[in-house]
Design a protein around this ligand. Sequence first.
Ligand code: FE2
Length: 378
Amino acid sequence: MQHTETEEIKKIFPNAQDFLPLNGTDFIELYVGNAKQSAHYYQTAWGFQPLAYRGLETGAKDHVSYVLRQDKITIMLTSPLKPDGPINDHINKHGDGVKVVALWVDDAAKSWKETTSRGADSFLEPTLSEDKDGQVVVSGIHTYGETVHLFVERSRYNGVFLPGFIEWNPDYRPASVGLKYVDHMVGNVGWNEMNKWVEFYSKVMGFAQLVSFDDKDISTDYTALMSKVMTNGNGRIKFPINEPAEGKKKSQIEEYIDFYNGAGVQHIALATDNIMETVTALKKNGVEFLYVPDTYYDDLLDRVGEIDEDLAPLRELGILVDRDDEGYLLQLFTKPVLDRPTMFFEIIQRKGAQSFGKGNFKALFESIEREQERRGTL
Ligand code: FE2
């Protein structure tokens, strides 16, 4: 007997006091080799709007950050301006990748205290910063790999982003592609590490496991993984965690770990209200998606039942469909957006379904493997 997500969250958080209430994802920071050009990519290809800037002009001597926003999604792109430093080390080891998954909280000091007292490794003690627009308190803890969670308390701040940033307001503003919010963010961890990080999110952050599927569900002839989905108490933050599993050939999770040199964020799922329009715009802007075999659509309606969309445009755009007992979802995955086969994006439109497209895993991984085959890393 399966339960709806809301019922399940209530069941797994029985009368629980949420010791780490989270309002949502605050921002995602990537360390990149060339923030100026990355920012152009996220504007031009992804329709993110310029928001804020920090660099030499604002008194930052050794790094530069561009902040872009689309509806509720905020990304920060940071590059070093000098040799030898933690940002340089991160890029050297991992290539471009997510350093910070910042969470929006009402009390950053309490968030830090609750998590560090439960065993989290401190990244940043609660730190107050202010400018003419008010005050912000930020704290942080380490999670898998070299990734960190910042807790951002911004209720007393009215500035454009954070103290230290100025408004970034260029004339160049390509249109939004209709992305709305971060639906979930997936971490890849190493062999035998999934349960350690499931326990971290459960004990240290008060999350609970929402859905589980094992390698039998998600293995194909060549690759395999295990995945568990962790959610916070109000369901706004969902972190699936993947671990490689043995297959006939190298798991794509292992390929990620090899090229990223450790655990890290594998994909960021961004939600849209109209996946056809969003994907059409992204493709027009040059974003590359995983190839979906035409045969995927032959038995699609037998598998997922009746859907609102016509099959032809779904097939043409390569959009995947999956159903659970609450409804269905439409999704598709980009190719890695970096030269290393590491991070990629998912575009997702939910029509009732609260799951993650488990039924598409086999189709997805088969198409990922076709890409791996082309890179000779299977
Ligand atoms: Fe996903």
